[in-house]
Design a protein around this ligand. Structure first.
Ligand code: GLU
Length: 320
């Protein structure tokens, strides 16, 4: 009896979808992954909220947000087909697509296509208020967390240090995700940590709950130099009050978070996902999940794409 019920249910399901559209048949019971970042960042919670919205609103689709080492590994994961979608930094997406910078010895990661730009990610150099580290130059000789292995943060740390004539040989570098980096600061095992993430970043808030934290400024002149060398950086000011105990505005640089989709992912599905992403209800949900979710908007989503748009995204943005 059970078998019969299951059989009928399956029959109804495929009939219903088959009638509505050919491409929906292929989507039935489809399970896809969204590569995000570490649990102390913003990709993971916002990616989780997006995955939930897509799973709830697109019939027979299940999207799972996976925790990863973030941007650089994410483009590799998508290229290898281990995830269909990823959140990545716009600079990293561009370097991957054109096989430059950290991808210079690699083949171009051309299967990572643009879906939507999302929100600013701020380069934050976190230390304790009494560490004596007040400028990027003070990092020379220090023990510094430079991000998880394969993170965009790590790429940014290397570039910002390089712009200040500081190489990894001049510091003791530690490859740590945000959560472990702030634990290491708390325990006195390291002196400072780079984090590239939407603000406020949970890991920094956590550290601030037990210690007096400070954020090392990137001097506006240096910010300009950095963005001349690597054009995806832009000057940015962390407003005073973003973190409790840090009342001054802090100059630094920013990049952008974006969504990429594997070129092989069905164009109709990508279009449908963008439809859901920019629906008012989803945007409200993302804004409730994290302050940077409130920055996600249709107006800014396709401007200055660092890689070609996915055909499904192209169709979606053309219709707007
Ligand atoms: N932008 C960071 C990176 O790719 C991750 C940020 C986050 O997890 O929110 O390294």
């Amino acid at each position: 009896m059970k078998h019969t019920v299951a059989f009928i249910a399956a029959g109804v399901l495929s009939l219903g979808l088959g009638v509505s559209s050919g491409s929906n048949v292929a989507q039935a019971s489809q399970s896809i992954s969204l590569a995000t970042g570490g649990t102390g960042g913003v990709y993971f919670p916002l990616g989780g909220a997006m995955a939930e919205a897509w799973s709830q609103q697109i019939p027979d689709l299940r999207v799972t947000a996976e925790s990863t080492g973030a941007s650089v590994v994410n483009v590799r994961i998508v290229e290898q087909g281990e995830a269909e979608l990823a959140m990545v930094q716009n600079d990293i997406a561009n370097y991957a697509f054109h096989a430059t910078e950290m991808f210079a010895d690699d083949s171009p990661k051309e299967s990572n296509l643009g879906m939507a730009l999302l929100y600013p990610e701020v380069i934050q150099i976190v230390t304790l208020a009494d560490s004596g580290i007040e400028s990027v130059n003070d990092l020379a000789g220090a023990r510094v967390a430079v991000g998880a292995p394969g993170s965009g943060t790590e790429a940014n740390a290397r570039q910002i240090l390089m712009a200040h004539d500081i190489a990894y040989a001049d510091i003791t570098e530690h490859f740590l995700p945000f959560g472990e980096a702030v634990d290491a600061i708390r325990d006195g095992r390291i002196d400072a940590a780079f984090l590239t993430a939407g603000i406020p970043t949970a890991a920094v808030v956590d550290l601030g709950a037990t210690h007096d934290v400070s954020i090392v400024p990137v001097d506006p002149d240096m910010a300009e130099e950095v963005s001349e060398e690597w054009p995806f950086y832009a000057g940015f000011t962390i407003p005073g009050g973003t973190y409790s105990g840090i009342e001054d505005d802090i100059p630094t640089v920013t990049v952008l978070a974006m969504l990429v989709a594997n070129a092989d992912l069905d164009a109709d599905l990508v279009e449908q996902m963008l439809e859901v992403l920019f629906a008012e209800e989803t945007l409200e949900r993302l804004c409730d999940t994290h302050a940077r979710g409130c920055d996600i908007s249709l107006e800014d989503a396709a401007e200055a794409m660092p890689v070609p748009l996915h055909p499904g995204a192209e169709a979606f943005f053309e219709r707007q």
